[in-house]
Write a protein that binds this ligand. Structure first.
Ligand code: OXK
Ligand code: ADP
Ligand code: MG
Length: 569
């Protein structure tokens, strides 16, 4: 702030910071540099929380995770060009997953950029962002900042949530404004994510279909977890007695231990059902696009509760679309279904006996002893499951191939929004950023179960975790490679194979290098003890869990998506 001819002026930083605060933003994740260093410093000077990362993609992953867990957009602030592009990868992932976040980036001056004069970090970022985010807006004038921020927040959180890019031009960042004028312009938006109840006719159609169902199931996706109407969703399931299956991030929305959880009988429940009520999940690759063997090669009667109208019929015909927000629609459905008899006991009992059989088959593998250094994904994750059962508020971050699939299957979740994973894109590299975003947003302790390959994409953020002393315990499932650690060079040469990493790598030393706790373990009991200590101490902890290099399957449970080399004729 400065005075010129007695008029008090404010700068663009002030306008931006006040706009962020007016929109309920408390944290910024990013990396400073030209031209946003002083802006970042001003945010911190003003009392805003700032988390400085080592790579912008991870900062954007933190913003996305934070947005998903709270419903308030996470904010990532980057420098131009490469910094921005790195952040854009995380923003694109947030958009794909429906996580609300805002990517803010400084740019080189428009005058030079638009004439391609070769400015420092010159790039048309608005155009680059456009196809990867829900909306991208450029702010050319300081007076527009309050409206720009309101538009960004409203776009991020209303309808299907996603990322919004705000292009902060160099020229705009140098502007000033009389304070009196600024204070007139600043405002707090009203109801940025409005309720959108469904058309009563759509509810009626869905209710009739459910009432006529003989073998109904309910599929819960991460949209249902995001909607934060946990009690109503549980009540819908219990009042109807319909078995439910959670998509991976909806695990725990209703406890995995609930008697109506059909997750462990997936390959029976989905092919056999006649009506499937889908709440907050897309019928995408994760659901076999609604057809094929996942669904017994039959077209099911789908009832889809979804906020984005054009998502309906994206893969297969949906018999009863219910377009609206999940919190409203679930309440409407409960009202419409009042007095409906419970789902058929034979159908439910058949699922439950298959669930029990799957669990019984799995159980001994989770406690099986192996020689030191020869843990597999079953007994190591059996240990993880037992510890996390004692600390259900812990947020679990999970990525990898085998580390992902086995954790999803073995580690039960009992509370909503406690699991974040590779998500819609099945990406590697969401790990450490999501850990940081999750604990910053909630204050909860975090445990990450990471394949050694997956961990590498964001591993440098171990320094960030240690620097901010965050209550994060990272378990690196170290089998020495992608999928497996014992692949040989395909040509028989001396170089490492395409999937191998350094044998005997000590990931734990990455954490001790920065003053955190590092432990290397080779038995399930030691793994469990180290995780428990990490959760209880709330100290930054990295556990190098040594797994049998032969443990693991190429691409885990989605190996069918791989392309094999054609056989020579
Ligand atoms: C589930 N199951 C259980 C339990 N829970 N058995 C015993 N006890 C419990 N508690 C059973 C369940 O019935 C399934 O067996 C099996 O375990 C796996 O469950 P689930 O739900 O994961 O089923 P499935 O078929 O794997 O689900 C399909 C999927 C899922 C596509 C939704 O695989 C998925 O989310 N995949 C994400 C993959 C991914 O993104 N990978 C990252 C990239 S790898 P059956 O007998 O009933 O079938 C990569 O990038 O390249 O390789 C690369
Ligand atoms: P999953 O990966 O768990 O299957 P998806 O991300 O594919 O879930 O699907 C989530 C769906 O939920 C998206 O289509 C999104 O538009 C929708 N959604 C998100 N929030 C809401 C909400 N509050 N009300 C209705 N639908 C929502
Ligand atoms: Mg591995």
């Amino acid at each position: 702030m400065s005075t010129e001819n007695e008029v008090e002026l404010v700068d663009a930083f002030y306008m931006l910071i006040e706009s962020l605060k007016n929109n309920g933003i408390k944290n910024i994740f990013g990396i400073p540099g030209i031209p946003i260093t002083a802006l970042t410093r001003s945010w911190q000077a003003d009392g805003g929380k700032y988390f400085g990362f080592r790579h912008e993609t991870n900062a954007a992953m933190a913003a996305g995770a934070s947005g998903y867990l709270t419903g308030v957009p996470g904010v990532c602030l980057t420098t131009p060009a490469p910094g921005f592009l790195n952040g854009l990868a995380g923003a694109a992932n947030a958009t794909q997953n429906g996580f609300p976040m805002i990517l803010l980036s400084g740019t080189a001056g428009r005058r030079d950029t638009d004439l391609q004069k070769g400015a420092f970090e010159e790039m048309d970022q608005l155009a680059a962002a456009r196809q990867h985010v829900k909306a991208s807006y450029r702010v050319n004038h300081i007076e527009d900042l309050p409206i720009a921020m309101a538009r960004a927040v409203r776009t991020a959180v209303s309808g299907r949530p996603g990322a919004v890019y705000l292009d902060l031009t160099h020229e705009m960042l140098t502007m000033t404004l009389p304070k009196a004028k600024a204070d007139e312009l600043l405002f707090t938006p009203v109801d940025p994510a409005p309720r959108q109840p469904a058309d009563p006719a759509a509810i009626k159609r869905a209710v009739e279909m459910l009432k006529g169902a003989k073998k109904p199931v309910i599929l819960l996706g991460k949209g249902a977890a995001y909607a934060q109407c946990d009690a109503d969703i549980k009540a819908l399931v219990e009042e109807t007695g319909i078995p439910f299956l959670p998509m991976s991030m909806a695990k725990g929305l209703i406890s995995d231990h609930h008697p109506l959880n059909a997750g462990a009988a997936r390959s029976y429940a989905l092919p056999e059902c006649d009506v499937c009520l889908i709440i907050g999940a897309r019928i995408n690759w994760l659901l076999g696009h609604g057809k094929g063997p996942t669904w017994g090669n039959k077209l099911k009667k789908f009832i889809q509760v979804e906020i984005k109208a054009d998502e309906i019929d994206s893969n297969v015909p949906v018999a009863a679309p219910v377009v609206g927000d999940i919190a409203s629609v679930v309440a409407q459905l409960r009202e419409g279904l009042k007095g409906m008899p419970k789902a058929d006991a034979e159908w439910v009992g058949g699922i439950q006996s298959r669930v029990n059989a799957s669990k019984e088959k799995l159980a001994p593998t989770l406690v099986k002893e192996t020689a030191p250094g020869m843990m597999n994904y079953r007994n190591s994750l059996g240990a993880v499951r037992d510890v996390l059962a004692k600390y259900p508020e812990t947020i679990l971050i999970n990525e990898g191939a085998n580390a992902l699939d086995n954790t999803r299957m073995i580690v039960d979740m009992t509370l909503p929004r406690k699991r974040l994973d590779t998500g819609t894109w099945g990406i590697m590299g969401m790990g450490m950023g999501s850990c940081i975003g999750a604990t910053v947003a909630t204050g909860n302790a975090v445990v990450a179960v990471e394949g050694d390959s997956a961990f590498g994409f964001s591993g440098m953020e171990v320094e960030t975790i240690a620097r901010y002393k965050l209550p994060i315990t990272v378990v690196v499932m170290n089998n020495g490679g992608i999928y497996k650690g014992n692949e040989e060079n395909a040509g028989g040469f001396d170089d490492p194979s395409i999937s191998s990493f350094t044998p005997g790598a000590r990931y734990d030393m990455m954490m001790t290098a920065f003053g955190g706790v590092g432990v290397s373990v080779d038995t399930p009991a030691a793994l469990a003890a180290a995780i428990e200590e990490g959760i209880k101490s709330r100290k930054p902890t990295l556990i190098n869990a040594i797994i049998d290099p032969d443990a693991g399957v190429e691409s885990g449970r989605i190996s069918n998506l791989n392309i094999e080399r054609k056989k020579k004729a």
